[in-house]
Design a binder for this molecule. Structure first.
Ligand code: ADP
Length: 559
């Protein structure tokens, strides 16, 4: 057997169903043998988007998908996805080809220090020194990616290992990796957590994407409903409990964070997304109850009053069991619920007014609302671009867990096309809608060819303001190359790109065109692009706490 066949057979034995990548020396035969084994090989235009897809597939399925990259530049391109998976705690395995060992340090073809390059972003990086060891390394890479805090791993296969031959009778295939063993929290701490919640005047539950990853939606919903506590999702925690749930206080986020006295933090880190858990965004005396699979994350930034190390599904089961024995319900008729409900109603009314603005050119709010109203309830929403994503988060409802993918912990722009492909691969029957700023789309726009080639039914919506953060109406007044740095080609007809590959495009400039274009696009069987022109100077409503950069620059820059 050739080495490439050993790799493919091992992946099959380990129940890997999808490999995302780009072929070339020395990995081409791995893709060929994977297809022969019945594994889907999704051939991309750039390893960057392929690696983003592998990470997102790992998040949605709970098992790592594989990204296959050629040596040197291929691995460097795929580093983007490794970094993104590392930052988001998503499992994935990167298999990188490498120049043959007998050319090491001699300027071999695409030679690069790959292990050193990936090392800071992976839980494990290894280089197979012989073909016989390949099954061991791949099994370990999958297991390590899944167990404990999920994350990426790397296996390097030098050319001589991929091209080597072994006797088929000597091949020992690994058994599939069982799901990670559940870890339960210390029962004493579980009791302390519930006691603390009972004493709170202003309690709050924050649902992070760790809860989504843990598939703890049933347990989280049970706990929130039995206790009557208000909850707030993080961006990718949206949908663990439906955004339409009556206990969601997402629309009163600032008030909820600032005034809560006890916060149950489920699978989210106190990083920039949650303002580090510190003042002025939080009450200085707030007490955190933190549930987290990685013990070393506990007490980070803010010391937890109760630190629960364990799997969220398991810990919520412990909390629910205890609650059944000693029930408590936070009263609906309380000053805290009244204040939250008032704020939710006020903020929703402000948003509704912005969304109803029919003036031309279109605002973000009107454009996104038009898109939202046409989506099926179980659509998978991919979202990126600064304003497109931030405003979209307040407009798009998620009703199901793991149905929102966005720029995430790393704030990575350019993930959308890879994520959308992964979402359609994982959920072939569902509508996948990638709502992209025009600049975010540009990073991996050529992957629309990948979508068309495989007939992946993704609807890409481009919210087009002619640039990064803002644009201009035309470039004729600028002497080149002194074109404003934030500007892209005005009125770019991105929708025409997809027609080159057999998809269908729509160009929208007026409010009344949005819904018909979206409905038609969603009814197509082929990939589509709906290019919606908005005001080149459109912005968010003023924020009480501007994002760091805006604040540092006196709110002048809106990057
Ligand atoms: P968000 O982006 O929603 O704020 P983060 O990515 O900051 O969320 O945090 C997710 C956290 O969830 C990570 O710290 C990760 O270790 C943790 N996590 C992942 N899986 C589990 C699990 N099964 N049980 C508990 N915690 C988990």
């Amino acid at each position: 057997m050739e080495g490439a066949a050993v790799v493919a057979r091992t992946l099959k034995a380990l129940e890997v169903t999808d490999v995302f990548g780009v072929v070339g020396r020395p990995v081409t035969n791995i893709a060929m043998m994977a297809q022969a084994e019945g594994i889907h090989f999704w051939s991309f235009r750039n390893e960057q988007a392929a690696s983003y897809a592998a990470g997102a597939a790992g998040y949605m399925t709970g098992r790592p998908a594989v990204c296959l990259a050629v040596s040197g530049p291929g691995v460097v391109h795929a580093l983007a996805g490794l970094g993104n998976a590392w930052a988001n705690c998503w499992p994935m395995v990167l298999i990188g080809g490498a120049t043959s060992t007998d050319h090491s340090e001699m300027g071999g073809f695409q030679e690069a220090p790959q292990i050193e390059t990936v090392r800071p972003y992976v839980k494990m990086a290894c280089r197979a020194e012989s073909l016989a060891r390949v099954p061991f390394y791949i099994e370990k890479a999958i297991r390590v990616a899944m167990y404990g805090r999920p994350g990426p791993t790397y296996v390097e296969l030098p050319a001589e290992v991929i091209y080597d031959l072994m006797d088929e009778s000597k091949l020992v295939l690994p058994r599939p990796v069982p799901p990670p063993p559940l870890t339960f929290a210390d029962p004493k701490s579980v009791r302390a957590a519930l006691e603390l919640l009972k004493t709170a005047k202003n309690p709050l539950v924050i649902v992070g994407k760790g809860t989504a990853y843990a598939r703890a939606e049933a347990e989280a919903t049970h706990f929130v409903e039995k206790t009557g506590l208000p909850f707030l999702p993080t961006p990718m925690g949206k949908g663990v409990l439906s955004d339409e749930h009556s206990q969601s206080v997402a629309a009163a986020r600032n008030l909820a964070l600032q005034s809560a006295d006890v916060i149950l933090l489920l699978g989210a880190r106190l990083n920039w997304i949650l303002h580090f858990g510190q003042t002025p965004r939080y009450n200085k005396d707030v007490k955190f109850i933190h549930v987290e699979i990685a013990p070393e994350e506990l007490n980070n930034s803010v010391r937890a009053e109760v630190a629960l190390a364990g799997d969220i599904k398991a810990v919520l089961t412990q909390l629910n069991d205890l609650l059944a024995k000693s029930p408590f319900q936070f009263p609906k008729a309380s000053p805290w619920w009244n204040a939250l409900n008032d704020k939710v109603a006020k903020n929703k009314a402000v948003n509704a007014k912005l969304c109803a603005d029919e003036r031309m050119p279109l605002s973000y709010y009107r454009a996104l609302k038009g898109v939202h109203d046409t989506l099926p309830h179980d659509a998978i929403i991919v979202s990126e671009g600064a304003n497109t994503m931030d405003i979209g988060r307040t407009i798009f409802d998620n009703r199901l867990p793991r149905h929102r993918l966005d720029a995430g912990t790393w704030g990575t722009m350019g993930v959308g096309m890879g994520f959308a492909i992964a979402a359609q691969v994982v959920h072939p029957g569902k509508k996948v809608v990638a709502i992209e700023g025009d600049s975010a789309f540009g990073f991996s726009g050529m992957e629309i060819e990948t979508m068309c080639r495989y007939g992946l039914n993704v609807c890409t919506v481009i919210i087009n303001n002619n640039g990064i953060s803002m644009g201009v109406e035309d470039l004729s007044g600028f002497e080149k190359p002194n074109v404003p740095f934030f500007v892209y080609t005005p009125q770019a007809r991105y929708e025409k790109l997809i027609e080159a590959f057999g998809g269908k495009g729509y160009y929208v400039t007026k409010p009344e065109e949005i819904e018909p274009a979206m409905r038609d696009a969603l009814a197509q069987k082929c990939p589509t692009i709906v290019n919606i022109m908005i005001d080149t100077a459109a912005t968010r409503k003023p924020q009480e706490h501007p994002f760091e950069l805006g604040a540092t620059l006196g709110g002048k820059a809106k990057l």
